[in-house]
Write a protein that binds this ligand. Structure first.
Ligand SMILES: [Zn+2]
Length: 77
């Protein structure tokens, strides 16, 4: 099985190690953002893509999640 984003070997979530790490960071940051801002998952993802400070890996993951319309893994609180 290949990574959903690149052609590297994927782990259980369907991402390679590098994209999995970026994905986990995205989820962690979203929890923090949610505490401070009223922001939806999709809005948050587009902020990541627009942000010039976002690393390439995270940007690729965010773009993938937007395209995929994937539901968030974090609970709505
Ligand atoms: Zn990958």
């Amino acid at each position: 099985m290949h990574c959903k984003i690149c052609s590297r070997e994927a782990g259980e979530k369907g991402y390679c190690k590098l994209h999995m790490t970026a994905y986990e960071r995205i989820l962690e940051k979203y929890v923090a953002w949610k505490k401070a801002l009223e922001i939806s998952w999709k809005e948050y993802l587009s902020e990541i893509v627009k942000n010039p400070l976002t690393g390439e890996w995270a940007k690729e993951v965010a773009e993938h999640l937007i395209r995929d319309g994937e539901k968030r893994d974090v609970a709505d609180s």
